[in-house]
Design a protein. Structure first.
Length: 184
């Protein structure tokens, strides 16, 4: 009898999260991305000189622990869920988790944007692999029918609909607190 191959779960969507900045709240920044129709590449947290858009490859249910209030300095529950096949077609790829020195030995500097530093010998270990990060080395144009806005509460969902006259440029708006069964 033939054994079925083990298939680990993979999310059909990639997530991109916003957070508060000098320009506005995380919700304001989400609305600005939706208005622009593009996620702009940035160099924040990206090695080398190439700007990139950073995305999570995690099922929504796993995001509950990442979006915990104790992590708010890094992650806020506002963002976009983008069809993974579309992002792949646009050039998004999984990052490579490597120690910095190893990455510098085997990659050309123009490819450093693909690397997230990992060092398990440190105390505490440097390990972001739980994010299952993907990146694209350019701006990511948004296709409204292939994305959903992620917000914290129903009130935030209403705010997105109000800002866009009842027709936000996405397939829907998902309040994460409701999905997680508690405040995100």
């Amino acid at each position: 009898m033939k054994r079925a191959a083990l298939k680990l779960p993979s999310a059909p969507m990639l997530m991109h999260f916003t957070r508060a900045s000098a320009r506005g709240s995380a919700l304001d920044n989400l609305a600005a991305i939706l208005s622009a129709g593009v996620i702009r590449a940035a160099r924040r947290m990206v090695r080398g000189q190439t700007a990139a858009v950073c995305l999570f490859d995690a099922p929504l249910a796993e995001l509950k622990s990442v979006l915990d209030r104790r992590n708010r300095r890094r992650y806020e529950p506002f963002g976009l869920a983008i069809d993974k096949r579309y992002a792949f077609r646009m050039g998004a790829r999984p990052v490579i988790y490597l120690p910095s020195q190893e990455a510098e030995r085997i990659l050309e500097p123009a490819q450093y944007w693909r690397v997230v530093s990992m060092d398990l010998s440190k105390n505490p270990p440097l390990d972001w692999s739980f994010e299952r990060e993907w990146r694209i080395a350019s701006d990511l144009p948004l296709e409204p029918s292939l994305l959903a806005a992620l917000v914290e509460t129903w009130r935030d969902a209403d705010e997105i609909y109000e800002r866009f006259g009842g027709r936000p440029p996405c397939a829907g708006v998902i309040p994460l607190a409701e999905l997680f069964g508690r405040g995100a």
